[in-house]
Design a protein around this ligand. Structure first.
Ligand SMILES: [Zn+2]
Length: 384
């Protein structure tokens, strides 16, 4: 942890952080004005629950993005002209409050689909271990990257749940034979979608993200293989950042994809789950990552290790993130539906999603309309 030992001689402002329990570390990005000119500053210098700034913002900050280990990213935005800004002094030591919410623990259901005709001794235990490794890997990266979310696999004999199917004996005559699952494709809409079939024949928990380990999966790159995985989102790269409302039913109508479904091939790397969860939480293959194979949302390889602060913020913030749609977790904690204020703004005034291309040099004026840091914004170096 780094913080300045110097006295706050310049008289910069401070941000006071609140959380239930002690914060080991925290970081903020502040957008404000100095004598009418937009300016910004970031700080990870936490001392006695305060983050020190060196700049003297002469107007109240329009946005503060906050990050801390074991807490979801947060946003504070004072309203112009309220008591907060009246108290704002041009020269020094205004103290702004930021509250961090508790870590979100979200349940996840894992299904292992096994065919009696193909199964070899040890397959089930091998796949259970693979699933547990993938969950562990996801939690490890999320913790390191201050995502403030943890998966709860609810380990028990039934989770991951093993479903044994027989190719020659379809469970239900209304559906295609189970052998369809030998090659799983979210986009298969022949007579019955495979997604629908999967929900009915194997199982489905509507209030959770469901992960299915299948023999072969048609993945993002359109390749059908045992090392591919997919989130059954709708045309993810064109829709995912728009913030459209997603209707959640028990079983979705045909030809509608479902972000709650993730299919992984039996030979996938343990770091693919966090990538598909990224899609479920509204992230896309941004062009920025093509030179960053270690970014979780890079669509090739197996080097995935980190998320930017722009990404961790979006996974929690985007209105179409499964975190909000299924788990009802938002920046407004207790009762999202009736959450009236967020930094004193009615939540209805907020845009539904962060834009994909928020520029690095976004002005305060632009920012007041979008409320998101740039997608490739980093407060700490990658992996730190
Ligand atoms: Zn992908």
């Amino acid at each position: 942890m780094a913080f300045s030992l110097m006295a706050n001689a310049g008289g910069g402002d401070k941000v006071r952080v609140h959380a239930n329990g002690n914060l080991e570390e925290a970081g903020i990005e502040v957008y404000g004005t100095i004598k009418g000119t937009p300016d910004r500053e970031e700080s990870i210098r936490l001392f006695k629950n305060e983050l020190r700034l060196t700049k003297n913002f002469t107007g109240p900050p329009v946005r503060i993005f906050g990050f801390a280990k074991h807490h979801p990213p947060t946003l504070y935005q004072p309203i112009q002209g309220n008591s907060q800004s009246k108290k704002w002094t041009p020269r020094a030591d205004d103290i702004l409050p930021i509250t961090f919410l508790e870590e979100y623990l979200i349940p996840i259901k894992i299904w292992i689909v096994i065919f009696t005709e193909i199964e070899r001794p040890g397959d089930v235990e091998f796949l259970k271990k693979k699933a547990i490794d993938a969950v562990g890997n996801t939690n490890e990266i999320w913790e390191r990257e201050r995502q403030g979310i943890a998966l709860d696999l609810m380990w028990s004999p039934s989770n991951p749940e093993v479903k044994t199917l027989s190719m020659g004996d379809p469970a239900n005559v209304d559906f295609p034979a189970n052998k369809e699952f030998l090659k799983f494709d979210c986009n298969n809409f022949s007579t019955n979608s495979q997604v629908r079939h999967l929900q009915k024949v194997v199982g489905f928990e509507k209030d959770m993200i469901n992960v299915y380990y299948m023999l072969k999966v048609r993945g993002d790159g359109n390749d059908m293989s045992a090392t591919s995985g997919v989130n059954c989102d709708r045309q993810k790269d064109s829709h995912a950042e728009r913030g459209e409302n997603i209707k959640i039913d028990d079983i979705l109508p045909e030809n509608v994809h479902d972000k709650r479904i993730i299919a992984l091939g039996v030979k996938t790397d343990p770091n693919l789950l966090i990538h598909e969860l990224g899609h479920a939480f509204g992230l896309v293959h941004h062009p920025r990552w093509k030179d960053e194979p270690q970014n979780v949302m890079y669509n090739k390889g197996s080097a995935r290790k980190y998320l930017t602060e722009g990404q961790t913020f979006r996974q929690v913030r985007n209105a179409h993130s499964m975190l909000q749609v299924v788990y009802k977790k938002t920046l407004c904690p207790e009762n999202p539906a009736q959450c009236l204020t967020m930094g004193e703004h009615p939540v209805s005034e907020f845009p539904k999603a962060c834009p994909v291309f928020t520029k690095e040099d976004t002005t305060t004026d632009e920012l007041s309309k979008i409320n998101c840091p740039p997608i490739d914004y980093r407060l700490w170096d990658d992996g730190e």
